[in-house]
Design a protein around this ligand. Structure first.
Ligand SMILES: [Zn+2]
Length: 448
């Protein structure tokens, strides 16, 4: 297959930096092509047909409510598993949840549908997780009987997760990928909290969580903007986890913008734009939308790198609204308001990132910046990746005010001496495979 070379980094305005090009991996390019708007639309049609997927809704009715919905998602995952040579396995991971005096007023059986595509390298303990929430709500989150289509919130994220599983289960990756559709998001992030707490307790090596919530509509309410070429990725700045422990070092080194979630957001932007045409990944420098929450947060609070992926503009006529017509406006989260071509691109953006991460080698270890002597050079050294086939490493460089990496310098060594002062630039190191699949970047620690 012909390799397409594309520029991924904008030419830095200083003549110090030359342009870097990175190859597309033909296997990932092929998987991206397989993402189908029709397939995504058919999943959402089926999800909407369950009438309501409110977490408090019936689990006994075979055709209506969250019980029927989760059984159907499980059956789809089991169908995909047939292509996987036994590597994809799916379960409904359940727990009981007692009334909490908030958004749960009766004991419920809470169930996440979890499909795990086991990695092929037994030495590779990494897990990459993609999430959407299957539950939904009407105007009242306690209304468990009326119709709640939930086509976009979060039929879009659920369908994206399923489409990634369908395509990726036919391919093999050294690292493990978990495709999860959770319940209880609208009731207070219950399903994601259950999963994140379990992962923390059992020491799962989750390196990245992509949470997809509301990503298939291309327009805003009130302001009438239409845009299907941009998708937002939200990431926290100061890390929620162990900030007390690490705050002093973050302030001293000026790393307020270099936490795990922010690094993941940069990665998602770079790789997403590498593989998906006509899509601009817009980083938003906050954990979530203004005063609002999402399923990535329980992971963030347990110390995992997690980001939220959401459409560029939200339409509040179609979100958390009973289906009705008022003053000529149609309210409700209906399929007719979705843009499946936009959702295809946003799904592909998830897929290429998961694939690039899971195909790539693990991160370089013990990355350090040498501070033994005062010098205008920056000297970095590290130890090789614990797993995966590494062709070499990219040393990433950016000015302190730049949101994205401006330079990728390849080296096959495990150290580098650069004529750029560590006073004036940020650095990180990532491993890279023969096919150009990069690990997440590691910010150097101080090495004396
Ligand atoms: Zn949602």
């Amino acid at each position: 297959m012909k390799k397409i070379s594309i520029a991924v980094l904008v030419l830095f305005h200083s003549t110090l930096f030359a342009q870097t090009t990175v190859q597309r991996d033909p296997e990932i390019e092929q998987m991206v092509k397989e993402v189908s708007a029709d397939s995504i639309q058919s999943y959402i049609k089926s999800l909407v047909a369950f009438g309501t997927r409110n977490t408090l809704s019936t689990q006994k009715d075979p055709k209506r409510g969250i019980g029927a919905a989760r059984n159907w998602i499980l059956s789809r995952f089991n169908q995909f598993a047939k292509n996987s040579g036994g590597r994809l396995t799916a379960i409904i991971d359940t727990t009981t949840y007692a009334p909490d005096g908030k958004r749960v007023d009766t004991a419920i059986n809470l169930g996440n549908v979890v499909a795990t595509l086991k990695g092929t390298d037994p030495n590779d303990k990494r897990i990459f997780l993609v999430s959407g929430h299957m539950d939904n709500m009407r105007t009242s989150v306690m209304d468990r009987t009326g119709d709640a289509p939930g086509a976009n919130d979060d039929g879009s994220g659920t369908a994206a997760v399923m489409e990634c599983a369908r395509i990726m289960s036919g391919h093999s990756f050294p690292a493990t990928i978990i495709f999860i559709t959770v319940a209880g998001e609208e009731q207070g992030l219950l399903g994601a909290t259950f999963m994140a707490n379990k992962a923390k307790k059992e020491n799962w090596n989750i390196e990245a969580v992509l949470n997809n919530d509301i990503m298939g509509s291309n327009n805003s309410s009130e302001t009438n903007i239409i845009d299907n070429t941009r998708i937002r990725v939200f990431s926290e700045g100061l890390p929620a986890y162990e900030l007390d422990k690490n705050g002093k070092m973050i302030r001293q080194l000026g790393l307020e913008n270099d936490g795990k979630a922010r690094q993941l957001a940069r990665y998602v932007k770079e790789v997403g734009e590498r593989y998906v045409d006509n899509l601009n990944v817009v980083m938003v420098y906050r954990n979530d939308r203004f005063l609002r929450g999402g399923d990535h947060t329980p992971y963030v609070e347990n110390g995992f790198a997690a980001v939220r992926i959401t459409e560029m503009n939200e339409n509040y006529y179609h979100q958390h609204q009973n289906v009705r017509k008022e003053n000529g406006i149609q309210y409700g989260d209906l399929m007719e308001f979705m843009d499946f071509e936009y959702l295809r691109k946003n799904t592909a953006m998830n897929l290429c990132n998961l694939a690039n991460l899971a195909k790539g080698p693990s991160m370089p270890q013990e990355v350090k910046v040498d501070v033994k002597n005062l010098t205008n050079y920056t000297i970095l050294n590290w130890k090789q990746s614990a797993s995966g086939k590494t062709k070499g490493y990219y040393v990433l460089v950016r000015e302190t005010t730049s949101p994205t990496w401006q330079k990728k310098i390849f080296t096959a060594d495990t150290n580098i001496k650069l004529p750029y002062s560590k006073d004036n630039y940020f650095f990180a190191v990532q491993s890279v495979s023969e096919n150009g699949n990069e690990s997440l970047p590691v910010v150097p620690a101080v090495g004396r």
